[in-house]
Design a protein around this ligand. Structure first.
Ligand code: ADP
Ligand code: MG
Length: 370
């Protein structure tokens, strides 16, 4: 997959940017605050319909006013297409070849994996960060998974509302049982989706890990479902395991007014040579593991799309030392991945062992250096 051209206007400080991109590596360089992240954000927005920094897309609109417009042309194995996202106040349009499409039909076209500023949070933050890491990966393969997540969230909210109504001995057990059943069904679909994805991702960690850590460091990734009793069971048994847990914890759930088990309590364990990185990882280990996990995502997505997705990385030099960066650049180059990366250290880029195109970003505009 090749994003040939990106246009961005009124996204943060960007002004009428139009940039042709190489099929290989593009390095965006420039001092801080110039708009490098904004360009990566434009690509992210184009691929996912979302922002990587904020939940509210209208925060991306330039302070001087909108509408924000991002457009891109890309080449894929089915031919050429173009995408556009237009955001004006709270109104958003997502266009594919000029046709306005709903979110679920828009996303998943431009295959992309990002390594952006929030990456450390995946391992350092709470379990919700790791659930999001899994869910985003699944959605990039199967956009309908978003709907499944939404259904579960809704059913759980309804069940919780019912539980709160029962505190202090309200009636409604039969109604609760009906909600439990619906909850378990929706939960089962999430459980199986995450479990399958985690297994596939874990299976893809070996190759990037061996490249990044030639000394034989081992990185493992394991899905930790809730309830824990479902961990070693067959995925098809999950619904009934959860149902039993809901029943067992019913009194406690009523007392607390919320649902204590289910996929909203899932986690993911990532270990490096046996060390649980969630708790004991050094900054360097966490960063390296994140790079490897993102490369595993890249390879999983490639398998699914049957072509290499696009890789974007902000502050290219902040996660790995110079040797690591060189290994990563070679990995992407050899794999035939298009990569767009940003750095404030231009001299770093010049020591890369692969050809690249240097694009200078200054005050919201771009110029191609070589
Ligand atoms: N909504 C906005 N409108 C205009 N400028 C903004 C907006 N949000 C952020 N900025 C500014 O955009 C500039 C570029 O930010 P960024 O893309 O993060 O730069 P870089 O990655 O090059 O350091 C910053 O100086 C920031 O203050
Ligand atoms: Mg930046």
């Amino acid at each position: 997959m090749w994003l040939r051209k990106i246009e961005s206007d009124r996204l943060r400080n960007l002004k009428a940017v139009s940039l042709e991109l190489d099929a290989g590596l593009t390095v965006l360089s420039g001092r801080n605050g110039q708009g490098k992240s904004g360009i990566l954000e434009s690509i992210y927005l184009l691929a996912t319909g979302r922002s990587f920094r904020t939940r509210k897309l209208d925060e991306l609109i330039a302070w001087s006013g909108g509408p924000l417009r991002v457009a891109g042309e890309y080449q894929w194995r089915g031919g050429e297409s173009n995408l556009a996202v237009i955001q004006d106040d709270a109104a958003r349009a997502l266009l594919v070849d000029g046709r306005n499409l709903p979110f679920e039909q828009y996303i998943g076209r431009l295959g992309m994996v990002d390594l952006t500023a929030e990456r450390m949070q995946v391992l350092r933050g709470g379990p919700e960060e790791r659930r999001r890491f899994l869910d985003r990966g699944i959605v990039s393969l199967k956009p309908s998974f978003l709907r499944i997540l939404g259904e579960y969230r809704q059913i759980r909210a309804q069940r919780n509302a019912l539980l709160r109504g029962m505190i202090g001995g309200g009636s409604g057990i039969r109604q609760l049982q009906a909600w439990d059943l619906r909850l378990a069904q929706a939960a089962g679909r999430i459980h199986r989706g995450r479990r399958e994805y985690a297994v596939l991702l874990a299976g893809k960690l070996g190759a990037p890990c061996r490249r990044l850590y030639p000394d034989g460091t081992e990185l493992t990734l394991r899905y930790l479902p809730s309830p824990a009793s479902s961990r070693d069971s067959h995925p098809s048994e999950y619904d009934s395991i959860l149902l039993a847990a809901l029943e067992k914890n019913r009194e406690r759930d009523i007392g607390l007014g919320f649902t204590a088990s289910g996929p909203h309590r899932d986690d993911l364990v990532v270990e490096m040579d046996g060390t649980d990185l969630r708790k004991f990882g050094s900054a360097g280990q966490v960063r390296g593991a994140m790079v490897a996990m993102k490369l595993a995502k890249l390879s999983r997505l490639q398998e699914d799309m049957e072509e290499p997705p696009v890789f974007i990385m902000d502050d290219f030099d902040s996660d790995l030392d110079e040797v690591g960066v060189a290994i990563l650049a070679k990995y992407l180059h050899t794999g035939g991945f298009q990569a767009i990366v940003a750095t404030s250290k231009e001299e770093f880029a010049h020591r890369l062992p692969v050809p690249f195109r240097n694009v200078k970003v200054q005050d919201g505009t771009v110029s191609v250096i070589d």
